[in-house]
Design a protein around this ligand. Structure first.
Ligand SMILES: C[S@@+](CC[C@H](N)C(=O)[O-])C[C@H]1O[C@@H](n2cnc3c(N)ncnc32)[C@H](O)[C@@H]1O
Length: 253
């Protein structure tokens, strides 16, 4: 019998990955059910393409098998885990590295052994230090157009993981600061300057327990243009200004 999940969101899809997960008879997979919508949103474009994916946190190894099945024969799935025994879960198209994701030296060495990545998924130990160090060390290794997803960011609100609501050292607060970096070209404050993140982050999306960051090299500050017939624009603008003034006078604005 094909299993179905109770929908978490009204518009949840029943895509390939959710069906695979719910009907999985291979190695164990541990995922929150609502993550599957987000996976499909970012990963679909890579199906049947030569995608390189890295997942931090191997556990039973089932998620790596799921990615392999979803992306197809041209995909390569890399895993990282702190437990040596996880190395035994390697198979065709799946390679596992052993190390601590909080250890920047390990992560730097890992970069040397990996091709540039299309997808990085952090589903490891979920502490603040692990999430931040992993992001900072591996973000430069993500390809343009690639996506970095950090899972279980709800640990930012949990003391066991060194989290705490609005605590400055959490991955949530760190990621909120990245949204400032995204807009740094417009900053009038010396404390907010253009940096590598300004020039490489295309978008940051916050979901329940997940953050997805898409990469794109920025070649210049954003700019706006006005196009079309300028005489027409003036007429339209005058009309808009007049309408706004009327609304303002009536205290409706
Ligand atoms: C939540 S499980 C991963 C679940 C798996 N991705 C899945 O979807 O089935 C977390 C894994 O992260 C590993 N882990 C914990 N701390 C780690 C660390 N500091 N560095 C690397 N891996 C770690 C654990 O050994 C465990 O296998």
């Amino acid at each position: 019998m094909v299993k179905k999940a109770e929908k978490v969101f009204e518009n949840s899809k029943e895509g390939y990955l959710l069906n695979y997960f719910l009907n999985n008879k291979a190695r164990p997979i541990e995922k929150w059910v609502h993550y599957f919508d987000v996976y499909e949103l970012y990963f679909e474009k890579y199906r049947n393409k030569p995608v390189n994916m890295l997942e931090i946190g191997v556990a039973g190894g089932g998620s790596m098998q799921m990615w392999k099945s979803y992306f197809g024969k041209k995909a390569f799935i890399f895993g990282v885990d702190i437990i040596q025994k996880k190395k035994e879960l390697e198979e065709e198209q799946i390679k596992i590295f052993i190390g601590d994701q909080a250890d920047r030296t390990f992560l730097k060495g890992l970069r040397q052994q990996l091709p540039k990545l299309d997808i990085i998924l952090d589903d490891g130990g979920h502490t603040m230090e692990q999430q931040i160090n992993t992001f900072e060390e591996l973000w430069p290794h993500l390809k343009e157009g690639g996506v970095y997803i950090c899972e279980d960011v709800h640990t930012s609100y949990q003391k066991t993981y060194n989290g705490g609501y609005r605590k400055a050292s959490t991955f949530m607060e760190y990621s909120k600061n990245l949204t400032d970096n995204l807009n740094a070209y417009f900053s009038e404050d010396k404390n907010l300057k253009v940096n590598d993140f300004t020039n490489s982050i295309y978008s940051i999306s916050f979901y329940d327990s997940m953050i997805a960051i898409v990469k794109s090299a920025r070649r210049r500050a954003a700019y706006s243009l006005t196009t079309g017939n300028m005489a027409m624009k003036d007429r339209v603008l005058t009309r808009i200004v007049k309408t706004k003034k009327k609304l303002w006078d009536k205290q409706l604005l």
